[in-house]
Design a protein around this ligand. Structure first.
Ligand code: GDP
Length: 309
């Protein structure tokens, strides 16, 4: 990929897609296509095929997906499976039909088995049962990875898959019922501070460990890999460090400036006990994350205040 290329970001208005568009513009890419939902329904295979054939992007990033936190994934199980299968099939299949040679499919670290050895290497894929709370989403993403691999194998396409760890940053979703843990905690801590309440409600036991990557770092990694013409196997993208949900809540409290205590709601699920990616393949390719968690949470909180404060 180079700056003369026409680069399309599917899902370009979401958390990941908008970070990709920011990074491409900052990197001097003048020919970036990022259709909104109103312009292109990415789940509509015929519409996607027509769009790709008309615009003929040289490169396609697939950041379009139905995403959500533990409760949304666990409740709307059919939607997560069906919507993601539709979106990725229309984009990957449509890209092939339109003759697009280079594509990057973004998955998620939840594709790996629930009890995978930590940190999780790419080779852990399909070696054990998945975490039940997000199994439908994970199954869809695994199908997307396998479709990219099959396109490469059967048709010689450079369709690569990358697996980001839990992401956060500007443009995130703060709906408490559907969001991921970090935006939920930013909102809960902010609201507790505003109301003068000491207790910060935390789902589960607070003991699960998660790894968090600032979304602009993810976008940088994706562009870096495409510029290197990475055409290898499935690749993890993360920081290589994790934190417990308790420690994370305390960090958010420190950034927001709230002193109080954690109140656990153990009627909510913990999900997988630990999810830490092995990023040694990515490190060996010469990329590593730059934004510390404290810096990243401060930037996400500033975005939250600008939009909702
Ligand atoms: P996961 O990584 O797929 O489990 O997705 P989440 O980001 O939704 O949740 C991560 C962990 O944070 C789980 O153990 C949740 O129980 C815990 N958690 C604590 N408080 C919250 C909250 O307010 N919202 C969410 N989504 N998760 C929370």
């Amino acid at each position: 990929m180079n700056k003369q290329h026409r680069v399309m970001v599917a899902g370009g208005t979401g958390l990941v897609g908008s970070a990709l568009v920011r990074r491409l513009h900052a990197g001097g890419y003048a020919n970036v296509l990022a259709p909104t939902r109103q312009t292109l329904d990415v789940a509509d295979a015929a519409a996607v095929r027509a769009y790709l054939q008309q615009h003929q992007p040289d490169v396609l990033f697939i950041a379009a997906a139905k995403v959500g936190g533990i409760q949304a994934n666990n409740t709307h199980r059919a939607d997560f499976l069906l919507d993601n299968l539709r979106i990725q099939t229309s984009l990957i299949g449509g890209a092939h039909e339109a003759g697009i040679q280079r594509l990057m499919f973004l998955g998620s670290s939840c594709i790996y088995p629930r009890m995978a050895v930590q940190p999780i290497t790419e080779d852990a894929l399909l070696t054990g049962p998945l975490e039940p709370t997000n199994e439908p989403y994970a199954v869809a993403k695994i199908a997307g990875i396998k479709l990219c691999e099959a396109m490469a194998h059967q048709h010689g396409r450079a369709y690569v898959s990358v697996m980001p760890t839990n992401l956060y940053g500007p443009g995130d979703h703060y709906d408490l019922a559907t969001s991921h843990v970090l935006p939920a905690l930013i909102r809960k801590v902010h609201e507790a501070k505003q109301r003068g309440e000491a207790a910060v409600p935390v789902w589960g036991t607070g003991t699960p460990r998660r790894e968090f990557l600032f979304v602009d770092d993810l976008a940088d990694a994706c562009v870096y890999l495409m510029e290197q013409a990475y055409a290898g196997p499935l690749l993890n993208i993360g920081t290589g460090e994790d934190i417990s949900i308790c420690e994370l809540t305390e960090l958010v409290m420190s950034v927001v400036g709230h002193t109080g205590h954690l109140q656990f709601d153990t009627s909510q699920p913990d999900g997988t006990p630990r999810k830490l990616l092995d990023v040694s393949r990515l490190t060996a390719l010469g990329w590593q994350a730059r934004t510390s968690m404290r810096e990243g949470i401060a930037l996400a909180y500033a975005d939250y205040l600008a939009r909702f404060g």
